[in-house]
Design a protein around this ligand. Structure first.
Ligand code: KIV
Length: 254
């Protein structure tokens, strides 16, 4: 990994050369550590609602909350590309999408991400036309978890497979620099990866994507309620925090 600032173009050019390791970032000190490890893409994801703010799902996350965490990540001045999530209902119209994407860029984001394909193509095109790099997100859409009645694998049915491929092609043709594939059936994730020229970054979508993204607190083991199955190893840091506090408390006793 080079020591220069990572750009969307750097990420795009990694396809077929180096697998793209991506993690979420929500605060200043963790961003410093992830950047020191050479992680090229850091996402200020709306997952922060669940793993940092204690919400039940990501539909409660506001622009103000993304902005707050984005500011902290930007202060760490990482070499990594900083991508910020457009939260629930912040891109329902073209105007809102562009206004909110510009707000995040003005705070130091270097690209934005939104969930959807052909259904949000006018918004994606307008964001790109405003000169803002765009990261796609297809498959399971956590912002639709209530409407979809849970977190389900996408692409098992032929119609789903076809629409995922059409969505991926549309985002790539529009000019997205990469696409996150969340909970996409393994064979379909591989098919999409081969069908488009931009990288796919998988989460729980099998081994055939061009890269992987994890929620950092899942990797560290500090996510509050559960660690998803696709996280092969978590570092048990939740337990370490408990032990540190307990040992210190015990040491105070005379
Ligand atoms: O919000 C988030 O952290 C995400 C990743 C899980 C891709 O969208």
């Amino acid at each position: 990994m080079s020591t220069c600032k990572i750009t969307p173009e750097t990420i795009r050019a990694m396809k077929g050369r180096e697998r793209i390791a991506s993690l979420t970032a929500y605060d200043y000190p963790t961003t410093k550590q992830l950047d020191a490890a050479g992680i090229p893409l850091l996402l200020v994801g709306d997952s922060l609602g669940m793993v940092v703010l204690g919400y039940e799902n990501t539909t409660h996350v506001t622009m103000a909350e993304i902005e707050h965490h984005l500011r902290a990540v930007v202060r760490a001045k990482p070499q990594a590309l900083i991508v910020a999530d457009l939260p629930y209902q912040s891109y329902t119209t073209v105007e809102a999408a562009v206004t909110n994407a510009k707000k995040l860029m003005a705070l130091g984001a270097e690209a934005v991400k939104a969930e959807g394909g052909l259904n949000i193509l006018p918004q994606v095109k307008a964001i790109l036309a405003a000169g803002i790099p765009f990261l796609g997100h297809l498959g399971m859409s956590p912002q639709n978890v209530v409407a979809e009645g849970g977190y389900h694998v996408k692409g098992k049915q032929e119609t789903e497979r076809e629409s995922l491929l059409a969505d991926a092609r549309a985002l790539a043709d529009a000019g997205a620099f990469a696409i996150v594939l969340e909970l996409v059936a393994k064979t379909v994730a591989g098919e999409i990866t081969r069908a488009i020229k931009i990288p796919t970054i998988g989460i729980a979508s099998g081994p055939d994507c061009d890269g992987e993204i994890l929620v950092t607190t899942d990797l560290l083991g500090t996510s509050p309620n559960y660690i998803p199955k696709h996280v092969k190893k978590n570092w048990g840091m939740g337990e370490q925090i408990r032990q540190a506090a307990l040992e210190w408390k015990t040491s105070l006793q005379r």
